[in-house]
Design a protein around this ligand. Structure first.
Ligand code: GLN
Length: 222
């Protein structure tokens, strides 16, 4: 992610401690494994500061596990669930697309991304053990969704083995959203050479009054 940020002219810094959050103007919560991230966030007592950061209105972008972290509700968890930062009025299934073996790439239809930062109306989404948003509140703008065939959806969901009944069957799931200053993507934009989601996030920072453009400003990663 830091390398992808450099490609759009922004120097990011890694954030590991809560007081480091005071020094940054925007935050990216990257992919990984959300239960591990949750344990680490507890260990380092990061949850209060992360929740304050989200509430402050500063831009926050969660990708993949980061999306799960930002959601108000997650299903598909193992025993006991996990704590979330919350703030994003969505219900996510944390392993909707199944395991590592079911990781895939696909062309997403992203007219709103193209309208904001230019380029084609498609974007190559890299999904790795990816979550999906199953329900989004009224204040959530949908930037990309993904069609699910009923066969595929039931096969993939059964691989997870937890809380499937809530996941239900549906024709499509949501994979990118914006809610105020929160951006969330279920896929990994930093793994493609197309940097438009990063540019989109920079525009959110600029809209928020942060001078992000190609200077010495910083975007950060927790
Ligand atoms: N499904 C994973 C989780 O629960 C996220 C995968 C990812 O970030 N690539 O955390």
């Amino acid at each position: 992610m830091l390398i992808a940020l450099r490609r759009v002219g922004v120097k990011g810094v890694e954030v590991r401690k809560s007081d480091e959050l005071d020094q940054i103007s925007a935050l990216i919560i990257p992919g990984g494994e959300s239960t591990t991230m949750s344990k680490l966030a507890h260990y380092h007592n990061l949850f209060p500061a992360l929740r304050d950061f989200v509430k402050s209105g500063k831009p926050v972008w969660g990708t993949c596990a980061g999306l799960i972290f930002l959601a108000d509700k997650a299903i598909g968890q193992k025993m006991g669930g996990q704590d979330l930062v919350g703030g994003l009025d969505c219900m996510v299934h944390r392993n909707y697309f199944g395991s590592q073996l079911q990781s895939f790439e696909t062309e997403l239809h992203v007219p709103k991304l193209a309208a904001k930062v230019g380029g084609p109306t498609s974007f190559r989404g890299v999904f790795i053990r990816a979550p999906a948003i199953l329900e989004a509140g009224p204040g959530v703008e949908i930037l990309a969704d993904y069609p699910v065939s009923s066969d595929k959806s039931s096969t993939l969901l059964s691989s997870d083995g937890t809380q499937q009944e809530e996941a239900g069957s549906r024709e499509k799931v949501i994979v990118a959203v914006k809610q105020g200053n929160l951006l969330a993507t279920a896929f990994h934009p930093e793994l493609t050479s197309d940097t438009r989601w990063h540019s989109f996030f920079l525009k959110m920072m600029e809209d928020n009054g942060v001078e992000s453009s190609f200077g010495d400003s910083t975007t950060e990663e927790a």
